[in-house]
Design a protein around this ligand. Sequence first.
Ligand SMILES: *Cc1c(COP(=O)(O)O)cnc(C)c1O
Length: 381
Amino acid sequence: MRIPFLDLGRQHKVLQKDIDRALSEVFKKQKWILGDEVKLLEEKISKYLKTNYAVGVNSGTDALVIALRALALKTKGKEYFDSENEIITPSFTFTATGEAIVRAGATPVFVDIEPETFNINPEEVKKAINKNTVGLLPVHLFGQPANMEQIVEIARENSLFVVEDVAQAFGSRWNGKFAGSIGDAGCHSFFPSKNLGGFGDGGMITTNDAEIADYARWLRAHGGKDKYNVDYIGYNSRLDTIQAAFLLVKLNYLETFIKMRRELAAYYNENLKGMDQIVLPLEERKAFHTYNQYTIRVKNKRDWFQEKLKEKGIPTMIYYPVPLHKMKVFKNKARIKTELRETEKACQEVLSLPIEPLLNNTEKEAIIQAIKESVKILSTS
Ligand SMILES: *Cc1c(COP(=O)(O)O)cnc(C)c1O
C-alpha cells in the first residue's frame, strides 16, 4: 500500500468530465488572455467570498505583491513603499509572504505566533507597532484564519492597512466572514495543492475597495488604464483564461472537498487524542478551519518520528523547517524586535499528516496504526 500525502489524480477523476468539457470550450474560443472565463471566475469568487471585487493574477505571490503596491499607491501616492515603512507579519509562514513585502519596497517586521493556532499573535503585533509601521499582513496558516477581530481592531486604532495572506485558506471563515473579505485586501493562491488548486500557477486579489481593485487591475497588466501609455511599472501577471475555466469547475466542488478535509481532520482528532507525545491542532471557537494542512506537534524527536512513519509507508511534511527570520535572504531586509521563541519551537515540532480528502478507510487506519506504534516507541525510549 502506498499512501499519498495528497493525490491530485484521485481528485481529478471526480472532475474529469466537467474539466474536459470546460477546457474544450476554451480551445474552441481561443481567447487565451483575459477571456470571459477570467471575468466569470472573478464574479463567482467575489460573490462566494462576499467582496465587492476580485482580480485574477498569475500566482498567490503576485497577488501579495500587487495588493501591497496598490496600497502604496492608495495610501502614499507612491509606486513602492520605502524601506523605512514596516509591515508586520509572522515569521512562521511560506517565504512568499516576506518576499512580497520586500518586493513592494517595505521592510518585513517578523513577530511571534500563538502556539495553539500557529497564527500571528495579536499581542506581539501590538508590541511591534511604531511610527514606521504602515500595515499588517496576517497569514491564515494551514487553513485556520488568524484572529481577524483583534487584528482589524489593532489596525483601526493605529491607522494601518491589513492585507490577508489567504493562500492556504480559500473558503475559511472567521466569525462567519470569509478569509480574504475582512482586511483591505485578501490574496489567494491557486497553486495546485491549495484548497482551490489550478493545474499550474494562479492567484486572486479580493477587496471591497474600488481604488485597490483598479490599481490591481492596472498593475497585473503592465500598469495603466491605457495599455500603450501606462502610468506605473506593472507586471505581466494575468490569470490565464484556460486556468480560470479549470478553476470554475473546481469551484463547484470546493465545499465538497472542504467538507472531506474537515471529516479527515475530525477522524484524526478522534483517533489520535490522549497521547502525551503529540499535540493535535486546535480549531478556534470562531474559526471555520479548512485544513489545507493537518499539522500536529511532536514534542521530541520529531525528525526520528517522521523517519519512523516513512519506514511504515506514511508520508508527512514539515511546514516549515526554517522560519523566515532565520533565512539568509531576509538577513538585511527584515527586522525582528523580540526573540521569536514560539516560532522557533514550532519549526522543531511540527509535522503535517496526509491530507488527501479521498483517502480510503484502510489508508486512514494504516496512518493511525503507524502513529500509535511510533508514539509507543517514543514513550518508552
Ligand atoms: C502558497 C503560498 C503563497 C504563494 O502562493 P503561490 O501561488 O505559490 O505564489 C503565499 N503565502 C503562503 C502562506 C502560501 O502558502
